[in-house]
Design a protein around this ligand. Structure first.
Ligand code: 4AZ
Length: 414
């Protein structure tokens, strides 16, 4: 049976090469996933059909993982049927962590294509429509030297605030699995649904809201790291808490300084999916009107069910005066920061969780801790967060264990 199959293949294969429409003459086949290291070089090319042109309705991708080198694309041949700068029609699209560009003509690639910033991937896609075709492309993907342009050396052997993101999140609001590696769940012993969120600051330190921990002894909660879907066992790790400290000026009436620090009994080992967030820069202005992201397993709407998977929404911070006006005056204090977006907000169960913003240099810092709000996503009432910059000295004093620095990805001359 096996031999018969083999024979059939051998007969059919030459037929498809002769009469079959299109063949790949050289280079990596469609769908290849390849790792690039310094010195790597691979050819990719379009298939050629009987008429010497590439196929209609082609959709072919090559996916390169970049390991510590600077990837580039150079093409000897690039003739695709397309229009304009964006190559509407048939195109070869290249995507890195920071850049995305479409090619269709040789002159666009005079000096090749590279990304000045470090990237962990270099993905190429060739797509054609059903209309005219042309001669096609032949290119080399190579990788050279060291990862470019990390000017500031890492402060330590680990980095804070690095989202775990290979490809950018598009739409939707379920986060990618372990996209925010600093997120923790705070649960009651034996439970999986978190009653609060929190964020990793160091190997032994987690930050959350004071109203999540006040009045409870440390035996009454656990910290879960590496969690995404709380309904399944998917690699999460549970840590006991050995001590806790609420901010000395926390007020359960006014919710000022709604910050609490938990010290874990055992250190967390950092990995790509479990890592600390950076603290913000106190010298930086108020972080008013910045795009930020809040994450948590809180309820999907006021009074609704909690989410099993970690959710994230983008919100904009607003000035305290505006926010205090929304709340009728006298409510929003200096130790708070507010944020809102249409239809998006933190909600019950998100408390203690992180509000982060992407800093120039491509790392996230913790600017807020989910504290309170009137309802959820009510356009008249922004979400209120503890303002991290306001309590930075106290937070810093209470961090134990291994800390990581921000690894700023800054290109020379940028
Ligand atoms: C809560 O109850 C809660 N809309 C947290 C945040 C907000 C509302 C309620 C903000 O934990």
């Amino acid at each position: 049976m096996k031999n018969l199959l083999l024979q059939v293949f051998l007969v059919i294969l030459p037929l498809t090469m002769v009469y079959g429409q299109c063949t790949l003459k050289e280079g990596l086949p469609c769908g290849s996933k390849v790792k690039l290291v310094s010195g790597s070089s691979f050819t990719i090319s379009s298939k050629s059909c009987q008429n010497g042109l590439y196929p209609k309705r082609e959709n072919c991708g090559w996916y390169f993982e970049v390991d510590g080198c600077k990837p580039s694309l150079n093409c000897d041949k690039m003739a695709l049927k397309a229009k304009g700068r964006k190559c509407k029609g048939d195109r070869l699209k290249v995507e890195t962590e920071n850049r995305r560009k479409a090619f269709c003509r040789k002159e666009q690639l005079e000096s090749g294509f590279t990304d000045a910033k470090p990237t962990e991937f270099f993905d190429i896609k060739f797509t054609t429509n059903g209309r005219g075709e042309d001669a096609g492309f032949k290119c080399t993907v190579s990788c050279s030297g060291e990862t470019p342009t990390i000017v500031a050396p890492p402060v330590s052997d680990c980095n804070c605030g690095k989202a775990n993101r290979k490809h950018k999140t598009v739409g939707g609001s379920e986060t990618k699995v372990q996209e925010y590696p600093w997120q923790v769940a705070i649960v009651s012993p034996g439970q999986s649904l978190p009653f609060c969120g929190g964020a990793i600051l160091s190997s032994n330190t987690v930050i959350t809201a004071a109203h999540c921990t006040i009045g409870q002894s440390v035996g009454h909660f656990k910290v879960v790291v590496n969690e995404h879907d709380v309904s399944v066992d998917d690699g999460q790790e549970i840590f006991d808490v050995c001590s806790k400290k609420e901010h000395p000026n926390y007020s359960s009436n006014t919710k000022e300084h709604d910050v609490s620090i938990l010290t874990l009994c055992k250190p967390i080992s950092f990995t790509k999916t479990v890592a600390p967030v950076c603290l913000p820069d106190q010298s930086r202005a108020a972080y008013d009107n910045v795009l930020s992201t809040v994450t948590g397993w809180g309820t999907l709407f006021a009074g609704g069910p909690q989410s099993d998977v970690l959710m994230g929404v983008d919100v904009n911070t607003i000035g305290n005066t505006d926010c205090d006006n929304d709340y009728g005056g006298g409510i929003i204090k200096d130790s708070m920061i507010c944020a809102k977006a249409v239809g998006k907000d933190a909600c019950q169960g998100d408390s203690g969780g992180p509000l982060v913003t992407k800093e120039p240099g491509d790392f996230y810092s913790l600017i807020g801790i989910v504290s309170f709000g009137a309802g959820c996503a009510d356009p008249d009432f922004p979400g209120v967060y503890a303002r991290v910059t306001e309590d930075l000295p106290w937070i810093r004093q209470n961090i134990n264990g291994k800390q990581c620095g921000a690894n700023r990805n800054i290109s020379p001359g940028s």
